[in-house]
Write a protein that binds this ligand. Structure first.
Ligand code: F58
Length: 795
């Protein structure tokens, strides 16, 4: 109805006037928000009606994170109203980009896993597939990061607004969740029945957020659960203040510190809360018999955090729906599928049995029984100790959620080809042998609707001018850009847009952080969670080396480069925090040196999040994807940067491998050990960083400076960094790959000296990026795992 600008303007002005207040940007934001919600609501109602009428199979994507980013601008893009609204507002003297800045992004995620979930729900709706997200409504989300004296500090993110919330409270759909209690076995009408006496109750209230698909054709739902006090009586409720406080904590933060027991209990409470609330709501509101669940619902668990969905579904089927164990197991293992996002041991999800036994006694019994039956099924085979160890769900008082997730689901996928191969051949070899058809690969993807159409409207426009608009619906058509990779005027337009996006980033940083960046420098961007394997340390060490060269060698005057870092360290991850501190220390030293500053600039973007990414990615020339081979399951930032015409400097890891395959290694800067070499070193425990230091005088000097404390701040910092690199035989092989990394950087400088050739490489990257659209990934999941049917759309 509002596809015409004049109509939009009229309605917008009338609403603004009705509010009768001063015409502030805040008021404009509120008005636009209301209007957008109304456009969405109509489409949302229609989708829900279609779902009720057609009863087709639904997918439920369970995830502890949904890193959705700001929603206003994205909803306008997906509704196809963005340009109309922008022009209309322009004519009224208002800037849509300024209005968008007023939205606080919900911090409901941390890294790639959460952003993937957000891209996936976008793609599901855009493909017209019935798929909804289920997550938690963290009040303080992931922390907001600030630097104080170079160290990271953490504050809750206040994203929930009273007036115009992004979600709708659905009181009528509340369910109760129970914790603790004592197990009692009673004789029921159909035999023995397990009851939990005197549990502690918590109420789960859903808040629904619309997920607007392309052209507003389908609007699916992202349902986020909030913990509140239950109305049910139970003994512990008497101390109401304590109960209220403990309850609120369940959905207060994403990833509460789990270094102490209380934090572990809280995380477990969160995980169960998500699983139990979501499953109850699915079962309560079904229009089919309970036996037909697998034909009507698919549940995808995003990593092991929601793996309790397996025993919880068993509990609901057996205790509440009176099914036998075998019936319940058959249904569960035909409904749930699991995605693995890591091979890192510490992130595989392990629980102390005692914790689960005390907090979730009934769930514990069910896990025990799953383990017992699985072990029994293995008895006929002659398995060695190592295999039995790898196949046990419960072992030495620990519950291994990844094993539970594999045993209890019908499909298991890795997130890039290499990662899936490593899972099948190494990390989960024994499980793969037991369940040969379960494992499959689904290489991750990203939604081009956010990462190109929204974040880089200008580049999207240029692409459409060149190849027409069909790529928007079918992103693999970006390949048609190959015809323009040597077209002089197209390349010039591309370069002009890159410069413009650099200006946007510069302006943004000036406003937010008061830093001034040289627009003509090479923008080299390293943005991701802080982790040892992602090797931010290698990057900063390399910058340290460049500084030394500039100071030492009067003939070394390289083209100016700005190195951007962005990312957060988990609050209890000491090493990552030390690396953050080191980057800030190096930044102040380099940036305040008049000579070095002409060639190097280090900018640490505070509080990296989706909004910051939308500024950084379109402005990037170089994309740092330098993880230790085998450790990065996929990476998705690599895809976003590629799609925006940045060139990758990267290892053969995760989805980089497929990126190089698509674009050709000649259009990237590949370096470092391969996964097999890394794994060989790990197996033989033969890596010795001291050998490298002894054989490379420049590296030796870097280490010496580090030990002297020239690049770090305080003894604590030095000990950590040096200890990691040398003494602990660094599990991330920083020094081992350092020389080849530095050579790859030299290649970058050489290539950048030929601007047109560089631009050609950038365009080839964009042209090859279509395959990394999450629409492709979701279609593959749907075809191979979920078996969904597209619903018809009237828009
Ligand atoms: C990421 N995992 C992978 N985990 O690291 C990345 O390679 C992959 O592309 C992405 O998933 C999507 O598949 C990730 O983001 C976490 O943030 C964990 C959350 C729980 C604590 C440990 C980190």
């Amino acid at each position: 109805m509002f596809s015409y600008k004049e109509e939009f303007k009229k309605s917008f002005v009338t609403r603004m006037e009705r509010k009768g207040m001063e015409k502030t940007a805040e008021l404009a934001y509120e008005t636009l928000w209301e209007m957008t919600q109304e456009w969405i609501q109509k489409r949302w109602n229609r989708t829900n009606q279609l779902y009720r009428d057609n009863n087709e199979k639904k997918l439920y994507y369970f995830s502890i994170e949904f890193l959705i980013g700001r929603v206003l601008g994205q909803n306008l893009i997906n509704l196809n109203f963005y340009d109309t609204v922008k022009e209309g507002l322009d004519e009224l003297g208002l800037q849509l980009s300024e209005i968008e800045e007023l939205e606080t992004e919900p911090g409901l995620g941390n890294g790639g896993l959460g952003r993937l979930a957000a891209c996936f729900v976008d793609s599901l709706a855009s493909l017209g597939l019935p798929g909804h997200g289920y997550g938690l409504r963290y009040k303080g989300g992931l922390f907001t990061q600030h630097f104080v004296n170079g160290y990271q500090t953490e504050q809750p993110t206040q994203w929930i607004q009273q007036e115009h919330n992004v979600d709708i409270r659905r009181e009528e759909l509340a369910v109760d969740i129970s914790y603790y209690g004592e197990i009692q076995v009673v004789m029921g009408l159909d035999g023995l029945k397990v009851n939990v006496e005197n549990p502690e109750w918590v109420k789960a209230i859903p808040y629904d957020m619309p997920v607007v698909g392309a052209n507003g054709g389908t609007v699916n739902t992202l349902r986020l659960w909030q913990a509140e006090v239950s109305d049910r009586p139970f003994p512990g409720r008497e101390d109401y203040a304590v109960y209220e406080h403990e309850t609120a904590k369940i959905t207060d933060r994403l990833y509460p510190d789990d270094s102490l027991e209380a934090g572990k209990i809280l995380r477990l409470k969160q995980q169960y809360f998500l699983c139990s609330a979501s499953l109850q709501t699915i079962l309560n509101n079904r229009s089919f018999s309970i036996e037909a669940l697998p034909e009507n619902a698919a549940i995808q668990i995003n990593d092991t955090h929601p793996a309790l969905a397996i025993p919880e579904l068993m509990r609901l089927l057996i205790d509440d729906h009176a099914l036998s164990w075998d019936q319940a197991w058959d249904i569960t293992t035909r409904t749930i599928s699991y995605t693995n996002h890591t091979i890192l041991e510490e992130a595989m999800g392990k629980w102390d049995s005692r914790l689960i036994q005390s907090l979730l006694p009934r769930i514990y019994l069910i896990i025990e029984e799953i383990d017992r039956r699985f072990k029994k099924s293995l008895q006929q085979q002659e398995l060695d100790e190592e295999a039995l160890h790898k196949l046990s769900i419960i072992e030495n008082g620990t519950i291994k959620m990844a094993v539970l997730a594999v045993v209890g689901s019908y499909k298991v996928n890795g997130v890039a080809k290499l990662h899936t191969e490593i899972l099948k051949k190494r990390e989960m070899k024994e499980l793969n042998e037991q369940f040969p058809n379960k494992f499959h690969n689904k290489t991750n993807g990203i939604t081009h609707r956010r990462w190109l159409l929204k974040a880089n409207h200008e580049l999207s426009g240029l692409i459409t001018e060149a190849i027409g608009p069909r790529w928007i619906k079918e992103p693999e058509r970006l390949s048609e850009l190959h015809y323009f990779a040597q077209n002089h005027s197209f390349l010039q337009d591309f370069q002009a847009i890159k410069s413009l996006k650099k200006e946007h980033l510069i302006h943004h940083l000036q406003r937010n952080q008061n830093v001034v960046v040289d627009p003509d420098s090479i923008f080299d961007i390293h943005i991701k969670r802080f982790h040892g394997y992602k090797r931010q340390l290698m990057n900063i060490l390399h910058i340290q080396m460049l500084y030394d060269r500039i100071k030492r060698d009067p003939t070394y005057r390289p083209y100016p480069r700005t190195f951007f870092f962005g990312g957060k360290a988990a609050p209890s991850y000491h090493f990552a925090k030390q690396v953050i501190k080191m980057i800030n220390t190096v930044a102040s030293k380099v940036n305040s040196d008049p000579l070095a500053r002409k060639h190097l600039h280090v900018v640490f973007v505070e509080n990296y999040n989706v909004t910051q990414a939308e500024y950084l990615i379109p402005a990037a020339d170089v994309s740092e994807q330098i993880s230790t081979a085998s450790k990065e399951a996929s990476g998705t930032g690599n895809m976003k940067l590629m799609m925006n015409g940045a060139l990758t400097i990267g290892t053969f890891d995760g989805a980089n491998v497929e990126i190089f395959e698509e674009v050709g290694q000649e259009n990237a800067f590949v370096f470092g050990m391969r996964a097999e070499q890394v794994m060989q070193y790990e197996k033989e425990k033969s890596y010795n960083p001291k050998e490298i230091i002894d054989s490379d005088s420049e590296i030796a000097q870097l280490m010496e400076e580090l030990i002297k404390g020239e690049w770090t701040d305080g003894k604590n910092n030095v000990d950590f960094i040096v200890g990691q690199l040398m003494e602990d035989s660094d599990p991330y092989f920083v020094l081992k790959d350092f020389r080849s990394y530095s050579k790859a950087h030299e290649q970058i400088l050489k290539a950048y000296a030929h601007p047109e050739k560089w631009a050609e490489m950038c365009v080839k990257n964009i042209a090859a990026s279509g395959i990394f659209s999450s629409d492709r990934t979701i279609q593959q999941y749907s075809n191979d795992v979920w078996h969904l049917t597209k619903i018809p759309s009237i828009y």
